[in-house]
Every structure is written in C-alpha cells, then in structure tokens.
Design a protein around this ligand. Sequence first.
Ligand code: GLN
Length: 489
Amino acid sequence: MPLTELTAYQLAQQIKTRKISCREVTNEFLSRIEEVEPRVKAFVTVLPDEARRRADLLDKRLAGGEDIGLLGGVPVAVKDLICTRGIRTTCSSKMLENFVPPYDAHVAERLAVEGAVNIGKANMDEFAMGSSTENSAFFPTRNPWNLNCVPGGSSGGSTAAVAAQEAPLALGSDTGGSIRQPAAYCGCVGLKPTYGLVSRYGLIAFASSLDQIGPIANDVRDSALLLQAIAGYDRRDSTSINRAVPDYLASLTGDVKGLRIGVPKEFFVQGVESYVVDAVRAAIDKLCELGAEAVEVSMPSAEYALATYYIIAPSEASSNLARYDGVQYGLRVAEPGDDIIAMYSKTRAAGFGHEVQHRIMIGTHALSSGFYDAYYLKAQKVRTLIRRDFEKAFSQCDVLATPTAPTVAFEIGSKTNDPFSMKLADVCTIPVNMAGLPAISLPCGFQNNLPIGLQLIGNLLDESTLFRAAHAYEQATEWHKQRAVVEKS
Ligand code: GLN
C-alpha cells in the first residue's frame, strides 16, 4: 500500500519503530502533491524544501534515540490564516499576499513540538468568508471527488488536501462551519472544538467570539490525535480555557451502550435534501443498533441562527479588519501626494475582494450608532436563546445528531451569483458556533459519488464523547475507507 494511504496514526507508529523514515514519508506526500496538485489546487504555498529539511532533522533526532512527539514525522497542511514564522501567510487575500509573519501561531508551535512536518499552506475563502473556497483571491480549489465541484469552505484547501492524499492531516478554522462543511463535502472527518480549547493566538481573526481552530483527517482516530497535539491552555489567548486536556485516544472504546442521541427536529426541515435526511437517519439507526438510544429534542431558536450569525460575524469582522489600512503591514496602495484617507481607501479597495468588502459594510452598519441596538445587541440576545436551547437539549441527551450540510458539494460557479443559497450551506453548522460547542462531521453516505456528512454535536468540553460516538459509528461502517480518485483531466 502506498504510504499516502496510511493514516497519520499508522505513519507515526511506523516512523517511531523505524520501519520508515520521516524523509520517505515527506517525499511520498510531496510526489503526490506534484501529481495531483495541478488539478486539485489545494495549496497557496507548498513547502518542499522546508518539509524535507524538517524531516531530515526529525530523522536525526530519532536516530539519536529522542521521542519526536505525537505527530513525529507526519506531514500536516496548514490553513493559510495560521501564522507561520518566516513562511508567507496570505489568508488567500491580496491584502496579505506578501505577508511573512515574524512569529508562529500557538498551534504552529504545538505542531513543531509534536514533531509534525508543515508541508504547505492551504487555500481558503478570503479571510475565511465563504463556503466554497471560490472567494480565494488566487484560485478556487476543486473537490477531489469531482473536479467540477467545490470542496466547500472556507477550509476547502485543507479538506481537499486530505481527501486527495496530499497530506494525511490538516488544520482548518471554523467560525460558522468552515471545518465541518468542507469536511462533509470532501468525505473527511472535521472537528470544531469547544470555543477556548485551542488557542487562537496567531490565527488571523475573522469573528473572534466564534473562530476556533480544529483538525481535519481521514478518520476519527487521526482527528483525536491531531486535537491532542493542539489543544490546551495558552495565556496569549484571553479566551483560552485553563483545564487539563483529556486523553482523547483513550475515548475510542467502540462502546456507545446507553448513549442518548438527541435528534433536533428543526435540523431536518425544508432545504435539507431528502438523500441527506435519509443518510443521517440511517446513521442514527446504526448508532442505536450499537446500543445507543435516540430521543427527539426541540430547538425552536435554531432557525434564527443564520440571520443572527450574519449580524455578529460581519460586525466582528468589520472591527477586526480595520487593521488592514496600508500603514503597518500588508498591501499599501498610494500615489505620490495622496493623504492618509486616500491611502486607506485605495488600499482597502484594492486589497479586499468583493465578499470581504460586503461583510465589512454590513458589519460597520450594524455597529453604527442608532443601529447598534436594533442589530448587534438584538443578535446577541438571540444568541443567548440559541445557547439556552442547547443547554436544554443536553439535559435530555449526551450528543446531538444532525446533517452537517443540507446538500452534497455543488458545482463550481453554480452559486456565485446567489449569495443567499451559498449561505444556506451553513444552516446546520452555525448554531453550534453561536453556543461555543464542539461538533464533528464524518462521512455517512454518498450521493452521485459525492460524500454526505453526519454532524455530531457535543456538550461543552465533551470532545471525548463526540470521538467515542463518531468512532463507534465509523468502525461499524465502511464510508471512511473510501478514498477519492482524482480524475486525470
Ligand atoms: N461560510 C460561513 C461564512 O461565510 C462560515 C465561514 C467560517 O466558518 N469561517 O461566514
């Protein structure tokens, strides 16, 4: 079996026992990238030299008898909004096209400590705004299962890289669904951790009260492994939770006896395709066969989550993105004789794409005096209602099961002129961010050879139960074993 078909866990084991070297593994993935990347286009920057140098260093340390960490020698693709020292970090925006961070994000430091090899920076929707990766200022990424389709977004480069076996693992970020929805579209396992579990230090901010970094993998064990490597307290993020990180791999017991699965009826309504409903219901039945029990729950406020998100996220974005003014870093556009206002406006007009400008305008409006109470404040109140719905649901069950997305991946270009239907791709994922909860998406079927995603939502800091349920389901099914065959165009 080619090394690129092994899981990250298997790779790490084989490297540790010296069956294969870090250099071999890195080389295999780099050749795979060379082979399929011209068609998939998952990366903004591939790092062949850096990756090989790093692999050699790890091999040397291994030869010297050192423990090289949980991910020792495993290549990881890193979404291009995670700062990497000395390596261009673009956010897939012209604004940051030539930005080279002088520091590493917390998660990049964690990857280094645990022996991972950064193999490249993954494409995304500009500033993580979008659901298809078509908003990248550079190029769209394609879905490895069908090159005419989008990989989802905004972490579409990360999920496409994992699905196309260009990397066994990837990091993404999720503000309203950006890990889970592309994971569903690409047949990956994608987890959004509890807000505060993974430090946001060095993550280029979109909507700070919602943003969270998480793992993308081919199976649940690999997802648990990568979360283990990146989770934990960091004093540089004021929202970081100071608690011991559980042993996630130990939660993969296969046992779901007595686990109560809540099925919120509001997530199975119009707009969700019947093939998605059928696949998700069959997955719930499967979990029940394994000993879990299903209970119907109700979340009456969930239907307002999308509207609420599109007030809160743009408001926070308008504030976060004010820093891109051409003064300190990033793009500057100015003619001789321009005053500072002319420089600001020329820089921002040239540096931000359409969707980003659109969101900044909505957010600035929602926060402006006279409108603040009607929009932002109201949205925060609705957010509390959504959170209470979840609290109530979790008094009746241990995990919730829903679709991840209402459809499978759609064709490139088919929704670019229909922003509303694009935004509907996140109806099932956004409520989770509003409440800061953890949720995982994993494959539960196919429609027209395109993967369907099952979303399991957990209670705060209860990633272990999510992994346990997801793993039990995965081991009882075959979906995760199917791999995309990248067509030769
Ligand atoms: N698709 C949603 C948006 O466009 C969510 C993005 C995200 O989670 N970063 O805002």
